[in-house]
Design a protein around this ligand. Structure first.
Ligand SMILES: *Cc1c(COP(=O)(O)O)cnc(C)c1O
Length: 377
């Protein structure tokens, strides 16, 4: 635990914005005992805190009606645009409790900026960075008791924005909602980190056509990945990996995680940006690896090169990364015409070192030398 990291607070102006959130308290919060039981064994994505943050946008008024209200179902007109034309975006991040009880976000301004870029691509209004951060802080402070303190547990925050106007005409909506909901989450791997198996899809592409929506955090990209994911699982694999849709040659990413190769010479290679989602974990891994003296390369990586490299030993480690599973070793890589083991099929040394370093920073166990952590509460 370093005291230094505690200097990385959010800007003071943010407090004024947070104060603008009207808190409408949940009259029937989960009893403390029930909450304690849920926090002791969090089930990601099924249990939510007592409140949600919400801001409404109208074309005529901009962002208005900032509030924190009881978590609960939304009432939507059947003609609500998002249900028909999928005009929506989301973010995913975690709030980490440190040993002294303080609660921290990891590079949340990066999520705010990506949210604005995604909004632009989906013709949604940009939520200013400070407003995005204020909505997180307002919710986390209201539901502070919901931040778990177990090892590798956190409060997963899910900001999302959708076209809420009831209108069937095809155009960008004039009414939009931004919400933040939160779900306590335990370690992704309950019984220790385990390498995952990946199936390279030779039938489907994700969303990453040139000029497409692959670089936006857009629900439709996920919808398009569900069938390939189902088919990969039916073949016995954990996750599916996609190739570029222009040439079906180069590695892109998994359904919701970026990928990295560790070469025999110690360099790290990852697919270049463009049609993939720019992960904040990806960006952080590039920095941490460079700090350790590894050469880092962002380029087009032919899948054939990876397959050959794994067979010859030129590629020593292969891993995936994202907020949910942090850094996850890949143990097996296959498709209809190849099936290769990564390294010895176990967890690579650099993969695990980067995973430990990143989580140590996030949980305040290591010095935050890049100033990545932001105090939320
Ligand atoms: C969110 C996401 C990632 C990972 O991004 P992080 O910021 O590291 O969590 C990678 N790929 C896709 C498609 C995603 O939606």
């Amino acid at each position: 635990m370093t005291t230094m990291s505690h200097q990385h607070t959010l800007p003071a102006e943010l407090d004024d914005l947070v104060a603008r959130y009207e808190v409408r308290r949940n009259e029937a919060p989960k009893p403390a005992q029930e909450r304690a039981a849920l926090l002791a064994a969090p089930k990601f994505g099924t249990v939510f805190t007592d409140h949600m943050a919400r801001v409404t946008w109208r074309a005529a008024d901009g962002w208005t009606d900032r509030r924190v209200e009881p978590y609960g179902p939304l009432q939507l007109d059947p003609a609500t645009a998002v249900l028909h034309y999928a005009q929506e975006i989301f973010e995913g991040m975690k709030a980490y409790k440190h040993a002294d009880g303080s609660v921290w976000g990891f590079r949340p301004e990066q999520n705010a900026q990506r949210y604005a870029r995604s909004a632009h691509r989906l013709a949604l209004p940009a939520l200013p960075e400070e407003d995005f951060l204020a909505s997180l802080v307002a919710l986390v402070r209201t539901d502070l008791d919901w931040v778990p303190d177990g090892e590798d547990s956190s409060l997963y925050l899910r900001p999302f924005m959708f076209a809420s106007e009831a209108f069937l005409g095809v155009r960008a909506a004039n009414v939009v909602e931004h919400l933040v909901i939160a779900s306590p989450v335990g370690p992704y791997f309950a019984s220790g980190v385990k390498p995952v198996s990946i199936y390279l899809s030779d039938t489907y592409h994700r969303a990453g056509a040139p000029g497409g929506t692959g670089d936006a955090k857009f629900g439709g990209n996920y919808a398009a990945s569900l069938l390939p994911q189902q088919e990969a699982q039916a073949k016995g694999f954990d996750q599916v990996c996609f190739l570029d849709s222009a040439t079906s040659t180069y590695l892109e990413e998994l359904g919701g995680m970026n990928v990295f190769l560790v070469m025999e010479d110690g360099s790290l290679h990852t697919p270049q940006l463009g049609s993939i989602l720019e992960g904040i974990t990806r960006r952080s891994v590039l920095q941490l690896a460079a700090d350790r003296g590894h050469e880092v390369v962002e380029r087009r990586i032919p899948a054939a090169e990876l397959v050959d490299g794994l067979a010859s030993g030129q590629v020593k480690e292969f891993f995936a990364c994202g907020t949910a599973a942090v850094v996850t070793p890949i143990g097996r890589f296959a498709s209809s015409d190849f099936d290769v083991t990564v390294g010895d099929g176990g967890s690579g040394e650099l993969t695990m070192a980067l995973r430990t370093e990143l989580t140590d920073i996030q949980y305040g166990r290591a010095e935050d030398r890049h100033g990545w952590m932001r105090r939320l509460a």
